[in-house]
Design a protein around this ligand. Sequence first.
Ligand code: SAM
Length: 250
Amino acid sequence: MSAVELASPVSCAAPSYKAVSWPCRPAPGAGDAPRGPDTPGYVSGVGFYGEHVLPRLVDRACGAAGMSEWRAGVTSGLRGRVIEIGFGSGLNVAHYPPTVEVVLAVEPAEVARRLAGRRIAASSIPVEHVGLDGQSIPLEDASCDGALSTFSLCTIPDARVALSELRRVVRPGAAFHFLEHGLAEDPAVAGWQRRLDPWHCRMAGGCHLTRDIPTLVSDAGFVMDRVEQRYAKGPRPWSWFTMGIAINPA
Ligand SMILES: C[S@@+](CC[C@H](N)C(=O)[O-])C[C@H]1O[C@@H](n2cnc3c(N)ncnc32)[C@H](O)[C@@H]1O
């Protein structure tokens, strides 16, 4: 896969919740436990910017032409009933392969769900919004044949809980496909990510720069089948990408 363009530093910021509270804190390590209003960096009530401006910025940035190649790569091989957490504005919809029978979308942001409407309407693969929170997925155990997350494990408040929910709802042997930005291997870049994270998180709807994606996925009990990490085009703290497939063991 060739290098592709990461559109802007806001590129994987999250569309907001209505009246959202974002758990932002400095240097959050491999995962982030939910935080309360007394936690330093906790931001609540993001208002017009969070509810209306940010979702559209994210839709534009994450929908940049350079992202298509990554999205086509990460969706390749998915089949059957696929759960997608952090579905956002549906930017993966055009890339699902025909082997996908239905996509079960989990997405809390109302504006993002609305923006997804025209992409879903144009797709031959049905998409059903089934839930609002990847940390609590309203689906039966082992009811999905595959799972997808793109640029969402950075934002879901407790990525560990979301990954454990994914393991619960996918059948044994099913593949979890993921494409995420996260903590860079290069210590100098990682240092900048830690310094920038509190500010980025506040501006970008709870999105963290410092999550160690392969560690999170492995710690959840998935078995890594393949993983590729490299910089996309763009400022390095935002552009260390991990694309991988991990299997839910029997
Ligand atoms: C940066 S956006 C990525 C959207 C989309 N996956 C993409 O690749 O364009 C992160 C998404 O995670 C969603 N999100 C935030 N918290 C979530 C949660 N608890 N459960 C599921 N999705 C969540 C946000 O609303 C947002 O749509």
